[in-house]
Write a protein of this length. Structure first.
Length: 452
């Protein structure tokens, strides 16, 4: 493979900028590295994993910068190749000049994710570990970082290997009967295969479910506040933000479009959106705002439906409740400080009474939001977490195949079961990267940032 180079820190004005060179020609750059006193470092005298100080010189021998550098000998490096890392002072112009010098040696610029791709191709990481590098960088919460780091250390790989071993056990039983078609599956073997399949299907279901819960930890939540005009949606937004971001007025329909802000609830980043009041009439501008609100509801992780406790629930409230009944919603009774006797029908609908004006029960609201999307910590920390859509798609496909196998066990279509089990094992191999195509790798690593 060609030797590549890229900054592994942002190429912006900063304290330091570090370049990584990886590949067969990485140590050719020693010709541009001068030790204190003007001494040249001979290639045969390189100490690996030793920190050197010195200068980086350009092609005509002029000093570009004082640098710190260190060498890693293949395979004991991140990529599994010969690697040189050079720390420059954080002036992007200096580093661009250094890159030009390095390019002259026939070393090319690395593509996004190419260092990690090489780590995978050279057997330093399997594909699930490689993907966790991107998840680790993108995670926005402490727990998201924790889950991604566990995956980087191989915890998910171990779980997938356990699943693979179970599938191999099942396939061994099936193939034995395929080779001797005159024999029927014994009751013992039927029970064995059925139980193994049930255990594997249960493990796969838990992994698929974990993706949704982890996504909130990695990407954050989208919460939309909806309700008819003048029920206190904007006041609720302002109180959650603890500042006046939305205009509050007694005039219904003050919010014509939607307002979006970011807050943190129990460590989870939340995109909070206040929408236009939903009602059947109104002018053209307000109607467009209402249409946008409907779109936001469809895209939301949680919908906060706000009802005014100082008034009876009416047809407009019921229409909004009907519109959101299949969503993950929390029905809030606002203006608790002004509430009169609430009718029985209203009480059965409202999950929590709050006062946006006085921030009454806001701690309970945050607890309720958190509980809707996050499992108990002990449950999450004990299990493995899926972090990518690729994993989910593969596991769903695997689940469908194994359900089909379980159904076929009853009818003993062993030839068909054998084919299905082969497909199932192929999916597991694709999951960990034992089987892959360039298209799969390009799709994964092109999402990485430059320098990883």
């Amino acid at each position: 493979m060609e030797t590549i180079v890229a900054p592994i820190t942002p190429l912006v004005t900063s304290a330091v900028i570090i370049l990584r060179v990886s590949g067969e020609k990485a140590f050719d750059c020693v010709d541009n590295l001068i030790l204190p006193g003007g001494r040249h470092l001979e290639r045969g005298n390189i100490k690996f994993r030793h920190v050197y100080t010195g200068s980086f010189i350009d092609s005509d021998g002029s000093v570009l910068d004082e640098v710190v550098f260190y060498f890693f000998k293949s395979p004991a490096s991140y990529t599994g190749e010969n690697v040189l890392e050079i720390s420059f002072h954080g002036n992007p112009q200096i580093v661009r000049k250094a890159l030009s010098v390095i390019y002259e040696k026939g070393i090319r610029a690395a593509e996004p994710g190419e260092f990690t791709k090489r780590a995978f191709l050279n057997g330093k990481l399997d594909l699930t570990q490689a993907e966790s590098v991107a998840s680790l960088i993108e995670s926005k919460t402490d727990k998201g970082i924790y889950y991604s780091f566990r995956q980087l250390k191989g915890s998910l790989s171990k779980k997938v290997i356990d699943i693979k071993n179970s599938l191999v056990d099942i396939s061994s039983v099936i193939e034995a009967y395929v080779d001797f078609p005159e024999d029927d599956l014994s009751d013992h073997d039927v029970d064995f295969v059925t139980q193994k399949l049930s255990d594997v299907l249960d493990d796969i279901s838990k992994l698929i479910e974990s993706y949704k819960k982890h996504r909130y930890q990695r990407e954050g939540l989208k919460i939309v506040i909806v309700g008819k005009p003048n029920v206190g949606k904007s006041s609720l937004l302002n109180s959650l933000l603890e500042e006046e971001r939305a205009i509050v007025s007694e005039i219904p329909g003050t919010t014509r479009d939607f307002i979006e802000e970011v807050i943190s609830i129990k460590g989870i980043p939340v995109r909070l959106m206040d929408t236009a009041g939903l009602r059947g009439d109104g002018d053209v501008i307000e109607s467009r705002g209402i249409e946008k609100a409907r779109d936001k509801i469809e895209d939301a992780d949680i919908v906060l439906v706000v009802i005014d406790l100082s008034n009876e629930i009416d047809a407009e409230d019921r229409k909004i409740l009907e519109m959101t009944e299949n969503k993950n919603r929390i029905v809030l009774g606002n203006k608790d400080d002004l509430a009169n006797d609430v009718s029985g029908s209203a009480k059965s609908l409202i999950e929590l009474s709050v006062s946006a004006k006085y921030r009454t029960n806001f701690k309970l609201l945050e607890d309720m939001i958190y509980s809707r999307v996050c499992s108990d910590d002990s449950e999450l920390y004990a299990g493995e977490i899926i972090t990518t859509e690729r994993h989910v798609a593969l596991l769903k496909n695997l689940y469908d195949i194994l359900i089909s196998v379980k159904d076929k066990i009853i009818s003993e279509h062993l030839d068909l079961i054998s084919i299905d089990m082969g497909m199932a094992l192929d999916i597991v191999s694709e999951f960990t990267g034992e089987k892959y195509t360039e298209e799969i790798l390009d799709n994964i690593f092109e999402k990485f940032c430059l320098g990883k």
